[in-house]
Design a protein around this ligand. Structure first.
Ligand code: FES
Ligand code: FES
Length: 165
């Protein structure tokens, strides 16, 4: 028997992974997508489900630190790995991550639908390259569509962190 199969229930698999630093185990359908497990089973609705086709980037989460479209990823592919969602960036005392604060200060969020994905892509970039230039920032954010802001304030919000402002 596959080690992930739950005893007595062949229709679900047991998924164990780290979510925002916490070890998490739950039963999921074999074909469940990560975006749905995060939103519906774990209540992490900061991850947005937009196109569900890998086009809009709104469903971005970090998988072992790398941005992935969670609408395309079978949840079981996250087994044994670490997923970070936008909720995981807030400290326990409620303090926002510097990027979250910068987006707020810069007015870089309008409807907010793209914002979690923008911030997580920016975090992945800054974790690798703390002082990216504008081109690198735009490149890192290019997989996420924003219908509202025209991108300028989003890029500025990331630049402010990159420049230590
Ligand atoms: S919802 Fe995943 S890319 Fe659009
Ligand atoms: S703020 Fe509305 S989609 Fe970006």
């Amino acid at each position: 028997m596959h080690p992930g199969l739950k005893d007595g229930n062949m229709s679900t698999l047991k998924l164990s992974f780290k979510v925002n630093g916490k070890l998490t185990s739950l039963a999921v359908a074999p074909n469940a997508l990560l975006v749905d497990v995060l939103r519906e089973d774990l209540g992490l609705t900061g991850t947005k489900a937009g196109c569900r086709e890998g086009e809009c980037g709104a469903c971005t989460v970090l998988l072992d630190g790398e941005p992935v479209n969670s609408c395309l990823l079978p949840a079981m592919k996250a087994a044994g790995r670490e997923v970070t969602t936008i909720e995981g960036l807030v400290q326990e005392d409620g303090t926002l991550h510097a990027l979250q604060q910068s987006f707020t200060d810069q007015g870089a969020s309008q409807c907010g639908f793209c914002t979690p994905a923008m911030i997580l892509n920016a975090k992945a970039l800054l974790d690798k390259a703390p002082h990216p230039d504008e081109g690198q920032i735009r490149q890192a954010l290019s997989g996420v569509l924003c219908r509202c802001t025209g991108y300028r304030k989003i890029v500025q919000a990331v630049q402010n962190i990159a420049q230590g402002k």
